[in-house]
Design a protein around this ligand. Structure first.
Ligand SMILES: *Cc1c(COP(=O)(O)O)cnc(C)c1O
Length: 360
């Protein structure tokens, strides 16, 4: 990035595959603008839905293996819309404590009975579900979880979570904002990471503004689910469709992901290299296997100070503090990209080491 005429190496973007600035994506977006104009002009159900949107929905359904997919203008809106469409006041929603804010807000605003369970703790969820059962509640249950947790980079324990949901006849929705495009052999996400079939996750959601390098989001699932969302999800119905050029660019991202495997390979190499450099430098390596590699600092002021000093030396790594993360766990949320060079990673660690020591 260039900030105030200074060249900065960014280690905090979610553009994991470097697609946001890929020449082919830019070209696809420009071609899309030439064909469709800049704005979509209205909501999908009025006349904002173009052939490009339609093609993208079909391509996303095919790539993820679900019968259908539906576009939303942002991931935040997809999550709000889903909760509102599926839940009544008498239903219950269960959320991992560390879920993304949009899932939390969606659950809260749905008006359903809201419960949080301990992070990635399937036994704790089971306890809460069975308590509802013994209370004689005969209502719908929806379980919501991030696929890759956005501030820690760890992966949901999906096999156990999915069997519990099946056993208790609960709906399961996975928000794969950080897994889609990055996890699994061909980037299909958290399901592919665990080699699970699609019916393990009846509601699959992912965003397009991260690994796909564009903007927007989609929900994939059964025909019945998608028809319900089209009829009921207010954040789908009452908002302007994403620009068609963004849909065109996202079609290009999907094609790059499938035809140019080096991007995902580079990302995976960079994750491995970062971890090995950290280990060599004597730093504790996090359990995270993903592009999100948090460096836990603890104290808010210290995290800000290190972030500022990194910036002065040419690296952008934002400090993440409460309430985004729990009290006392302020951190530098380092993210890796396919576009980082080995030198960038080496220099980041070299620059970090004395800062971590001096700020102790
Ligand atoms: C980024 C993110 C969202 C929100 O997506 P936007 O398209 O940016 O609104 C939702 N869930 C998770 C887990 C995210 O990381």
């Amino acid at each position: 990035m260039t900030i105030d005429d200074k060249n900065i190496i960014s280690f905090c973007s979610n553009d994991y595959l470097g697609f946001a600035s890929h020449p082919k994506l830019k070209q696809a977006a420009i071609a899309g603008i030439k064909r469709y104009g800049v704005g979509s002009g209205s909501a999908h159900l009025v006349n904002g839905h173009t052939a490009a949107h339609h093609q993208l929905e079909e391509a996303l359904a095919e790539f993820t293996g679900y019968p259908r997919a539906l576009l939303f203008s942002t991931g935040y809106m997809a999550n709000m819309g889903l909760c509102q469409a599926l839940l009544e006041k008498t239903d219950s929603v269960y959320e991992d404590r560390l879920n993304h804010a949009s899932l939390i807000d969606g659950g809260l605003l749905s008006g359903a009975r809201f419960q949080r369970y301990l992070h990635n703790d399937i036994n704790n969820l089971e306890l809460k579900l069975s308590k509802a059962q013994s209370d004689g509640q005969q209502t719908q249950k929806l379980v919501l979880s991030d696929g890759v947790f956005s501030m820690d980079g760890d992966i949901v324990r999906l096999p156990a979570l999915s069997s519990l949901c099946k056993k208790t006849q609960s709906w399961l929705m996975i928000d794969d904002a950080h897994g889609f495009g990055t996890l699994g052999k061909t980037g299909k996400g958290t399901l592919q990471h665990y080699s699970l079939p699609n019916d393990a996750v009846p509601v699959y959601m992912a965003t397009l503004g991260k690994a796909m390098g564009t903007a927007g989001a989609f929900i994939a699932g059964s025909d019945e689910l998608i028809e319900t969302l089209i009829q009921q999800a207010r954040t789908y119905i009452y908002t302007t469709a994403m620009p068609a050029a963004i849909a065109e660019a996202t079609l290009c991202s999907l094609s790059l992901l499938q035809n140019e495997t080096e991007h995902l390979q580079n990302l995976n190499n960079n994750i491995a290299y970062f971890k090995s450099c950290k280990q060599q430098a004597g730093l504790t390596i996090e359990e995270s296997q993903t592009a999100i590699q948090p460096l836990l600092i603890g104290d808010d002021k210290k995290a800000i100070s290190i972030s500022q000093q990194l910036f002065d030396q040419g690296f952008l790594v934002t400090a993440i503090r409460p309430p985004t993360v729990p009290e006392g766990t302020a951190r530098l949320r380092i993210t890796l990209s396919a576009n980082h060079l080995k030198e960038h990673i080496e220099q980041l660690i070299e620059t970090l080491l004395p800062l971590l020591k001096n700020n102790n």
